[in-house]
Design a protein around this ligand. Structure first.
Ligand code: CA2
Length: 152
């Protein structure tokens, strides 16, 4: 089983500013923890970050043929990007949405996620642990789907 982890805009700045909102871990540190958990779960992961909406969309298209699902923190594109939603839905792979912060406890413009209605699940508010919880959830979901396909 293979999962792609996508990080959206400005997440490359993690660990440098706003630690009270986003924690002190760097993105490289988070990716390291994701890879360690993937090894424990017996799955393969690849991670990618971009500040560019179109680059994230191109990556989703490229990855779709070789991954079973996506774990995505779309950053601010969560609240604005119909194009990202269309890409995720369009490739037909389950995705889990994650956020470091609890977007419902913040400014009104962050409370709406365009991705949420089509997400297999959402994890937010646990800092970097949101990614790890999301990875566990997505793995369980994909394994259940695979079992369902075998039985059918
Ligand atoms: O809580 C999250 O994970 C967010 O997706 C993070 C996005 C924000 O726009 C979303 O509303 C919620 C922003 C990430 C920016 O990260 C920074 C980290 C350090 C310094 C500056 C920005």
């Amino acid at each position: 089983m293979r999962i792609a982890v996508l990080h959206g805009p400005n997440l490359n700045l993690l660990g440098t500013r706003e630690p009270e909102v986003y924690g002190r871990e760097t993105l490289a540190g988070i990716d390291e923890r994701i890879r360690a958990l993937a090894a424990e779960l017996g799955i393969e992961v690849e991670t990618y970050q971009s500040n560019v909406e179109g680059a994230l969309i191109d990556r989703i298209h490229e990855l779709a043929g070789r991954v079973d699902g996506f774990l995505i923190n779309a950053g601010a594109y969560t609240h604005t990007s119909i194009a990202l939603l269309d890409a995720l839905v369009g490739v037909g792979r389950p995705f889990v949405e994650v956020h470091l912060s609890n977007i419902h406890g913040r400014e009104a413009f962050r409370r709406r996620s365009l991705l949420a209605p089509r997400a297999a699940g959402i994890v937010m508010g646990f800092g970097a642990d949101s990614y790890l919880l999301g990875l566990r959830g997505l793995t369980l979901r994909l394994r259940a789907d695979a079992r369902g396909t075998e039985e059918a």
